[in-house]
Ligand binder design. Structure first.
Ligand SMILES: *Cc1c(COP(=O)(O)O)cnc(C)c1O
Length: 367
């Protein structure tokens, strides 16, 4: 059986290094907001190219806190609107509603699966304060178009980088350094994964940075002095240390994923299956390799019979979730089509070339 993702194998690559830093953290007697976090934040800022990184508890909190930060700074207020793709993991939308702001869903392009820049402007009104593009499946959005619309209407742009660590847009500029702030997830299954939940915010805005440093720690810069009604959302020392180890390998991880994706793109040949479209190789880090077919259930069963495990990202669109009844009257045909047709093939840095060949053979033998 070829697993969709073998996390045991992923982390076994670094067992020695991980155990070494774990011992160091255990022995240090210091488990939160210490030197491991400071070191990782510095390394991640250097990697992303942003001035600041703020380690937080998970990717959802990263997005929630960015919006919260802008509220504390008086830039956003409750009832304001943020434009977000209708085709995304629900976290992008939860971050907006958790702050009392209103998510305005915008259809994606069928080719890139990302927010359609042509449709953004029609949704901008006097309540609009930001755009929250999601680099879905690891492919970067059209940030030039998005940023130019944002600057025309003085909107903030918040990147959801949860699936896109290390993606390069243009001129060496990386995900998380392409707009005002970026939310990152280190959920174990992400391309850069901790061994627990974890997340980070990147930004080059000093004012926002200072606000977020307090907000993640009970709204406090000085112990027991609370200037905001903050959260407890901290990236712990153990996982910061693990992430420092794994960050050193991230570019190799991405390279290996690109090699597998290239093989899938060149060797999968099946009339019934639509392959992903890639605009620019460097701007895709292949967190997921997502194909599309109108016979998804049959294809998934065929692949399972061939020993290939697949998953669906995602089966139900956010506006069709029970949690968002207020959106249930809206219609997003492109998102609905995507959610009905997508299937994710195994792709990870620990797959062998033989396994990749088996996946290709299994997909090609479907008829
Ligand atoms: C994983 C993910 C998140 C949330 O990250 P967590 O660390 O699981 O909270 C947000 N947005 C997208 C697009 C994601 O894939």
């Amino acid at each position: 059986m070829i697993k969709f993702l073998d996390l045991q194998k992923v982390n076994a690559q670094y067992t020695q290094e991980l155990k070494q830093v774990a011992s160091k953290v255990i022995d240090s007697g210091w488990y939160l907001l210490g030197e491991q976090l400071q070191r990782f934040e510095k390394q991640y800022s250097q990697y992303v190219g942003s001035k600041y990184t703020i380690g937080v508890a998970n990717g959802l909190d990263a997005l929630i806190l960015i919006i919260r930060g802008y509220k504390e700074l008086g830039v956003f207020k409750e009832g304001d609107e943020i434009l977000v793709p209708s085709n995304t993991y629900i976290a992008s939308i939860l971050a907006i509603s958790a702050n009392g702001l209103v998510p305005i869903l915008v259809e994606p392009e069928l080719e890139s699966y990302n927010i359609d820049p042509d449709l953004i402007e029609a949704h901008v009104n006097e309540r609009t304060v930001a755009i929250l593009p999601v680099h879905l499946y690891g492919q970067l959005c059209d940030m030039e178009r998005i940023n130019s619309i944002a600057s025309k209407y003085s909107l903030k742009v918040i990147e959801d980088c949860a699936q896109a660590h290390g993606g390069i847009y243009k001129n060496g500029l990386k995900a998380g350094n392409l707009a005002d702030a970026g939310g990152h997830s280190f959920y174990p299954g992400k391309n850069l994964g901790a061994l627990a939940d974890g997340g980070a915010i990147t930004t080059s805005n000093e004012e926002l940075y200072k606000t977020l440093i307090a907000l993640r720690n009970y709204g406090s810069h000085i112990k027991y002095q609370n200037i905001y009604k903050g959260m407890n959302s901290r990236l712990d020392e153990m996982n910061a240390a693990f992430l420092s180890v794994k960050l050193q390998h991230l570019d190799v991880i991405i390279q290996k994923r690109r090699i597998i994706a290239q093989r899938y793109l060149h060797e999968i040949r099946n009339q019934k299956i639509a392959l992903p479209h890639v605009q620019n190789t460097e701007a895709h880090v292949w967190h997921l390799f997502v194909i599309r077919t109108d016979e998804r259930e049959k294809l998934q069963k065929h692949l399972a019979d061939c020993g290939v495990q697949t998953l669906i990202h995602y089966p139900i669109p956010p506006h069709r979730q029970d949690a968002y009844v207020e959106l249930s009257g809206l219609s997003f045909p492109i998102s609905e089509k995507i959610h009905a047709e997508v299937l994710s093939l195994p792709i990870s840095e620990v797959m062998t070339l033989d396994e990749v060949s088996s996946v290709i053979q299994a997909v090609n033998s479907y008829n």
